[in-house]
Design a binder for this molecule. Structure first.
Ligand SMILES: [Zn+2]
Length: 424
């Protein structure tokens, strides 16, 4: 009998766990899917972001979330420069690889041709005769290597400024001593090309550089993905979980930026939370928004605040999750200083649950999708995890690199914190 009671108790606990627990296996599979080559880095080449949006929509539908917008989609568009075709460079016949060896500046315009390379050092700038000589070269046939000038106070700051602003009309500039290759998208073409090479890649002497960069421009149609679980007691009071699903896409035909930590990790946690709440219907309504076009300037979330699908005044709390794959060093809460009572609640939840080693406050910052909601008067936080992970906007931010070491703890902290919401 006692055995039976114990067993019954055990199954009771098990059933509790199965309805309230996070599902790290599910989260991993979401991240793996979102980072796979079939999603093209969730950017603008091959409409990778649309493929990701479709995946998220299907996950929302599988959890029977109520669709907001047009069958979960809120459409929007914006201009973008993208690189669907060739991004090829050869240095004296040696191929170097986009993403691995070099990147371009955001919005880098088309380049096609063979160019000479001129290293400009500070001595050349300081020497008037030499500077005069350079000025008379046909610089449109040259790329100028300018590492030696950047950030230095030389005796001729105007000359330095004019070189770095490319007022001498070189074909483009080169920085060759970069520790990491961090890229971003752009809406419009940059005025001239800048190439950033990884330290050690660009030889001291290059006679001939062959470059073919096919830059394209379009108005890109995209969509936020929005679903809801209706509250049992207060259906018109909302808690909102958000995460951006877009990333940088591709740089040419071969190079993909998978964006595992940024932000497949946040999307996975959001989808897992949707699963959790669909099995455990909440008292208040919970809205899940996967934002498009964060990387190009918070476009998706800005659009939502201007065209809200729910009453923004009825949002009691918005939690934006971006960069959620670590946590060994703790969590940072952007907007902590804006909403100190909420922040204290967060810390309390964390100490009661013994979840993360540290919860750090940060002030207001325009650095993710919470921002325009804060501006619209919505109590909102942006949470990111800290730990031993250093890939950011580079091609090495891959699924394989993620540990998700504090995933279960963070998930539970999100649930506990959302439970403590103050009425509004
Ligand atoms: Zn991000």
């Amino acid at each position: 009998m006692r055995k039976f009671i114990l067993l019954a108790f055990f199954f009771h606990i098990l059933s509790l766990c199965s309805t309230t627990a996070q599902d790290i296996i599910y989260a991993r599979s979401c991240i793996k899917t979102l980072c796979s080559d079939n999603f093209y880095g969730r950017g603008y080449v091959n409409n990778g972001d649309k493929i990701a949006a479709q995946f998220i929509k299907e996950e929302f539908a599988a959890q029977k979330l109520l669709p907001l917008g047009e069958n979960y989609f809120q459409s929007l568009g914006f201009p973008v420069v993208y690189y669907p075709d060739r991004v090829d460079i050869e240095l004296d016949g040696q191929t170097v690889f986009a993403g691995h060896d070099f990147i371009m500046n955001p919005g880098c315009p088309n380049i096609n041709g063979t160019f000479k390379v001129l290293v400009i050092d500070s001595a050349m700038v300081d020497n008037s005769a030499e500077f005069e000589r350079i000025s008379h070269l046909k610089l449109k046939n040259y790329f100028l290597v300018v590492d030696d000038l950047k950030g230095k106070t030389l005796s001729h700051p105007k000359r330095v400024k004019s070189i770095l602003a490319n007022e001498m009309h070189a074909k483009g500039l080169i920085y060759k001593n970069n520790e990491s290759l961090v890229w971003s998208p752009a809406m419009e073409f940059a005025p001239f090309p800048i190439l950033y090479f990884k330290k050690g890649v660009f030889p001291d002497l290059v006679l001939k550089m062959e470059i073919k960069i096919d830059a394209a421009h379009k108005i890109h149609g995209t969509q936020n993905v929005v679903g809801m679980i209706k509250g049992k007691i207060q259906p018109d009071s909302f808690i909102v979980f958000t995460a951006h699903y877009d990333h940088l896409g591709m740089m040419g035909k071969e190079t993909i930026f998978p964006g595992a930590n940024d932000n497949a990790s946040g999307v996975a946690m959001m989808l897992d939370l949707a699963r959790h709440y669909s099995k455990n219907p909440p008292a208040y309504s919970i809205v899940f928004i996967a934002f498009a076009a964060e990387e190009i300037g918070l476009i998706g979330s800005y659009y939502f605040t201007q065209n809200p699908l729910i009453n923004l005044k009825k949002i009691s709390l918005l939690i934006n999750m971006d960069l959620m794959s670590t946590g060994d060093e703790g969590l940072t809460a952007v907007n902590a200083t804006e909403f100190p009572d909420w922040f204290n609640n967060l810390k309390m939840c964390n100490s009661i649950g013994h979840y993360l080693p540290d919860i750090s406050p940060r002030g207001k910052a325009q650095n993710s999708d919470h921002y325009y909601f804060t501006e619209a008067g919505v109590p909102s936080f942006f949470f990111y995890l800290r730990g031993n992970y250093h890939h950011y906007h580079d091609i090495e931010d891959t699924y394989e690199e993620l540990t998700l070491s504090k995933y279960p703890e963070t998930f539970q902290l999100m649930v506990d914190f959302a439970n403590m919401r103050m009425g509004r």
